[in-house]
Design a protein around this ligand. Structure first.
Ligand code: ADP
Ligand code: MG
Length: 285
């Protein structure tokens, strides 16, 4: 797990956003991600996660409050500067992919920056290698599976070498193996390239242990923030926040009721293994 540095990479202060039909999706949201952090923005459907991600990317302009990237208000940042520093992977690849082939799609960003073709090719190659999609390079986009499309979207954003990545439900629609691979990939990018991760998800099973911090949204407001182990302590409090505990935590919650103590609840297989080793060391009670 990466240790976040003290500097705030991106911050929202008092952000309120209502859609044109009057739906208030964000209501005074204060939120900050630190450099190198892996932050999961969680909450029930409709809690405002996607809206917040779009506000951070300036795709939606809040009616009140502001978003700052480092010291600068994103409202006044030139687009080139903003999108060189922060990239977003949308929930639905069809909202993102538009070129005919994988290579053309991933090359679009760096080419748009005016990089020489040799450098564009290097960026594309590195980004595709990062997501394990080098073999897809010449494939037409519309021949790809959903999971492959997701990885190509990620490659397209990585080709711009952003310091901050915003991902909206990156595991939605993937099969269990694809889901694990995606989380592992995000962990690796965070750890090895120190990319700040802001991941919106309603699916905590795998992300709870990848994230170093959770930010819980409910009805457009931040209701809790903190380490996953602190927030996901029991099913009742999680349910009250519109969350479902990871399966492994649910299992241990049940076992705890049977008299076996495990606090904080394990959120991953490794943590479960440590808890069980603790029980074994104590011997039969
Ligand atoms: N284009 C839109 N027009 C009107 N209301 C919307 C629109 N998009 C989302 N909403 C509403 O805004 C609220 C937050 O939605 P959203 O940000 O998509 O939540 P989440 O991503 O957590 O599911 C919900 O009440 C949703 O119905
Ligand atoms: Mg959403």
């Amino acid at each position: 797990m990466s240790v976040p540095s003290d500097d705030i990479a991106i911050q929202a202060a008092g952000v309120t956003f209502a859609y044109p039909d009057g739906t208030r999706a964000l209501d005074g949201v204060d939120f900050a991600a630190h450099g190198g952090e892996f932050l999961a923005v969680v909450g029930a459907n409709g809690s405002g996660k996607t809206t917040l991600m779009r506000v951070l990317m300036r795709l939606l302009r809040p009616q009140a409050g502001r978003v700052t990237l480092g010291e600068r208000d994103i409202a006044t940042l030139p687009a080139g500067e903003l999108y060189a520093r922060i990239g977003m992977v949308f929930q639905n690849p069809s909202d993102q992919l538009f070129a005919a082939t994988v290579e053309q799609d991933v090359a679009f960003g760096p080419r748009n920056l005016g990089l020489p073709e040799r450098e564009v090719a290097e960026c594309v190659e590195a980004a595709l290698a990062d997501v394990g999609a080098a073999a897809l390079r010449d494939r037409p986009i519309h021949h790809l599976s959903f999971g492959e499309q997701k990885r190509v979207c990620l490659a397209g954003v990585l080709a711009m070498k952003p310091a901050i990545l915003v991902l909206d439900e990156p595991t939605a629609g993937l099969d269990p193996i694809g889901e694990m691979q995606m989380i592992e990939l995000l962990r690796r990018l965070n750890r090895e390239q120190n990319v700040t991760m802001i991941v919106a998800t309603h699916e905590l099973d795998l992300l709870a242990s990848a994230a170093n911090r959770l930010c819980v949204l409910a009805r457009g407001q931040v209701v809790r923030q903190g380490p996953p182990g602190e927030i996901l302590t029991d099913t009742e409090s999680a349910t009250a926040m519109g969350l479902r505990l990871p399966l492994i935590a649910q299992l241990f919650h049940e076992l705890t009721r049977d008299g076996l103590a495990a606090q904080p609840l394990p959120l991953s297989i490794e943590q479960a293994r440590a808890a069980i080793a603790g029980w074994m060391a104590k011997g039969p009670s």
